[in-house]
Design a protein around this ligand. Structure first.
Ligand code: ADP
Ligand code: ZN
Length: 753
């Protein structure tokens, strides 16, 4: 009996309750045990606590945040060992659909639950209760003789007699006295203070009223007939789980179509989420939102301040109506009345998070919409083949926009055959392209040169010994950056100053730079067009929406003649004066081992081409290539996208590849090469056997060494209906993983390196 008393907190125990708290610490125990990061804590009975409450607990000698997942009477832990919950946050409990979402994301990605929970608990300031602020005033009971008081105290009393109560900070600043003076006056009873209750936030109805007024006063959105038809078709399925593929050519105004739907939901007091690739979230985009809505949305990305995050997180958790526009991490905000999700540029690889929790935000958004039973709109001019096949099979509703909005027409696309028009040695712009650019510049049009290579030159080779300069901790060549004068590894980011000296043989002045990067292309442009105003758009100099803003604006205003850009330019920007786009290397990415190389090149080129001629003047696109008859380029030129999709899909089908089947890449890495080799061999011997499921490997990963870690890869290939996670789980639980080894599971991998 005594034993039981010690081990169970019984139902009739009047004193305690057990809270099962999930903590935001990834417990990636070797064999997935307690992958849920759930621990038991004591709560005194009578405490106001609910499922979903954010609580502060002591965990491994630290104080951390967690979420209450259930409240029970029983525990397996010895009563004497249980700790109390330290505090309960004053914010509303997280809604159950969010808790369920986290669980499903963790199941799908196989990431430890605590790591996924971190994505939700992303604004620590939001659930920390504010330190109370006290307002000081003259004590009503105070008795004192003015003459006997110090000068400072007299000033305080005079001031307080005339003004309403204020905080100690204000008092000190206004009167010029020390905090000590105020504190002692309070202790001696001359001043009294009241706790300033936090200004209560307006209630949902008042906020909704404000939003309605703003929308009423904003410009009225007039959709074109085609846009209106699209919107009408989507509205039919409003307020239930329905996946729409909004497939419209670049410049067709897909944005305006989904704005119309978002507006309807806001007017009914709901919450909406618009996901964008991070770099497309510019002031221009927000202006456009403002124009039609009359208010600013909640903006969420890596660059926003902690104080803004706090406001957004709280408002969303409280269930206030509003629109969140954000990068992929916005998906993990604690929504409580989500009624539509938009994933704009749904094909964008930026939606794939490659570290910690490895997930595709588009796919997780679909999961979220399913749990919230709401509409989800996937918008793109170049849908991913995954979404395309789902549309073909009838899982997604297909809505098309075939015309550009207004007077804009689709650009004219021409290829320049590099085998016949070879640029001079060490140069990258061919003769026909030079004369076309000249012509555009003469008629005051803007030109974009697209080259998806950062830096100055991708390869630097020693003429003395023939060695290519490479990273000491990765199997990767160093890229020369002239603007920063660095040699940089694009795998691990390591950089060292550029010197004309071979790191292998030590000879000086022997380094030859091979191949172009945007900086080198700029050098050629300066020589060819000395009068042109040139700007480089590359993530080396501009890495978040804030930094990119001034450059984007000067391009929009026409203060730039030639833009030289990496893939960063292809994302959703609208440059009204741009009429000519030239793709410098139209072969890049068409071959190589990557499953999606062709698809990605097609998307990239379509998007880049789509930047051209977006207003009245028709745009032109030149693609320099040595394979003008490649099917990707033919499809682009003739604007027969669907033919290309068909061809690409036939290839995928016959190769047993996604989107027809599912892949998982499992990478094991370690600095200890012997340990990793032994371990993956043992795992290989334990490979499970299932019908039609293939487990390839272990093979050294294509980039075998990154940051000093040796990497081996298994690739699982299975039919889509198979529960791959379960197979992997069973297999990997059968062998203890030494602490020196790291495992990374990537379901639906995009990166095969
Ligand atoms: P997409 O997103 O489909 O690539 P955009 O959204 O960039 O195309 O639309 C092209 C341009 O047309 C934008 O400048 C946009 O503001 C404008 N536009 C589209 N639809 C409308 C509309 N209904 N009313 C006014 N302007 C519109
Ligand atoms: Zn490196």
């Amino acid at each position: 009996m005594a034993y039981l008393r010690d081990n169970l907190v019984k139902k009739n125990d009047p004193l305690f309750l057990i809270a099962k708290v999930r903590v935001s610490v990834p417990i990636s125990s070797q064999n997935f045990q307690n992958g849920k990061s759930e621990f038991d804590y004591l709560v005194s009975k009578g405490t106001q606590i609910q499922i979903g409450n954010i609580v502060e607990v002591s965990f491994r000698n630290r104080t951390i945040w967690g979420v209450v997942y259930s409240l029970e009477y029983e525990t397996r832990i010895k009563h004497s060992k249980l700790k109390q919950i330290l505090s309960i946050s004053g914010v509303s409990p997280i809604k159950l659909c969010n808790l369920e979402f986290l669980e499903k994301v963790s199941e799908w990605t196989m990431a430890p639950f605590g790591q996924v929970l971190r994505a939700l608990l992303s604004a620590p300031n939001a659930y920390k209760d504010e330190t109370p602020i006290f307002y000081y005033s003259l004590s009503s009971a105070a008795q004192f003789e003015m003459e006997k008081l110090s000068k400072a105290r007299k000033k305080v009393i005079n001031w307080c007699m005339q003004k309403p109560p204020v905080s100690i900070n204000t008092l000190c600043k206004e009167i010029g006295v020390s905090r000590n003076t105020i504190n002692s006056m309070f202790q001696e009873g001359q001043l009294e203070r009241v706790q300033n209750s936090l200004k209560p936030k307006e209630d949902t109805q008042t906020i909704l009223k404000h939003l309605k007024t703003a929308i009423g006063a904003a410009s009225k959105l007039n959709l074109s007939t085609e846009q209106q038809q699209a919107a009408d078709q989507i509205i039919v399925h409003e307020n239930k789980f329905n996946i729409v593929l909004l497939d419209g050519v670049t410049g067709s105004g897909k944005t305006e179509v989904y704005f119309e739907l978002v507006k309807r939901q806001i007017l009914s007091g709901n919450q909406c989420l618009i996901l964008l690739p991070e770099i497309a979230l510019t002031a221009g985009w927000v202006d456009r939102f403002n124009r039609w809505f009359g208010f600013t949305p909640y903006i969420w990305h890596s660059g926003i301040t902690a104080s803004k995050k706090k406001i957004i997180w709280r408002d969303i958790n409280e269930g206030y109506p509003g629109v969140v526009v954000g990068a992929r991490s916005a998906l993990f905000l604690p929504f409580s009345s989500l009624s539509v999700i938009v994933v704009d540029e749904e094909h964008d690889v930026g939606y794939k998070q490659e570290e910690q929790v490895i997930y595709n935000a588009r796919d997780m958004a679909i999961l979220r919409a399913k749990l919230a039973e709401c509409n989800i709109i996937l918008a793109s001019a170049t849908p991913s083949l995954e979404s395309w096949t789902n549309m073909l099979s009838g899982r997604y509703q297909h809505i098309t926009l075939t015309n550009r909005y207004g007077l804009a027409t689709m650009p004219d696309i021409q290829t320049i055959d590099l085998t016949k028009n070879k640029p001079l040695f060490g140069k990258w712009i061919s003769e026909p392209l030079i004369s076309n650019i000249k012509e555009k510049l003469n008629s005051k049009q803007q030109v974009l040169l697209y080259l998806n290579r950062r830096g100055y030159a991708p390869i630097s080779v020693c003429n003395g010994c023939g060695m290519k300069q490479s990273c000491h901790q990765c199997d990767s060549l160093l890229v020369t950056h002239r603007l920063s004068n660095l040699l940089r590894c694009h795998q691990c980011g390591v950089a060292r100053p550029f010197e004309n000296k071979c790191q292998s043989c030590g000879q000086t002045d022997t380094i030859q730079l091979v191949g172009p990067g945007v900086e080198r292309l700029a050098e050629e442009v300066y020589e060819l067009f000395p009068d042109a105003r040139v700007t480089i758009l590359s993530s080396d100099t501009l890495s978040n929406p804030k930094q990119i803003e001034p450059t984007i604006q000067s391009i929009e205003k026409g203060e730039v003649d030639i833009i030289i850009g990496t893939q960063m330019v292809s994302k959703g920007h609208h440059f009204p004066k741009l009429t000519c786009v030239a793709v410098i290397d139209g072969d890049f990415g068409l071959s190589g081992g990557d499953l999606r190389a062709g698809e990605r090149t097609f998307q990239m080129l379509t998007q880049v081409a789509g930047r051209s001629g977006r207003e009245n003047q028709r745009g032109t696109v030149f693609i320099q290539t040595s394979e003008p008859f490649h099917p990707v380029l033919q499809a682009l030129k003739t604007q027969k996208r669907d033919n290309y999709f068909k061809l690409e899909l036939e290839m995928r089908d016959s190769a047993n590849m996604p989107p027809y089947r599912r892949l998982a890449a499992i990478i094991y890495s370690s600095i200890d090469e012997t340990a990793i080799t032994t371990y993956v061999k043992k795992l290989a011997n334990l490979k499970p056997q299932f019908e039609d499921v293939y487990i390839h490997g272990p093979a050294p990963a294509p980039i075998y060494k990154i940051k000093g870690r040796h990497r081996f890869r298994f690739l699982v290939n299975a039919p889509k209906k198979v529960n791959m996670q379960k197979i992997i789980h069973g297999w990997h639980s059968s062998l203890v993983m030494p602490a020196i080894i790291r495992r990374q599971i990537d379901i639906d991998p995009y990166n095969f390196m």
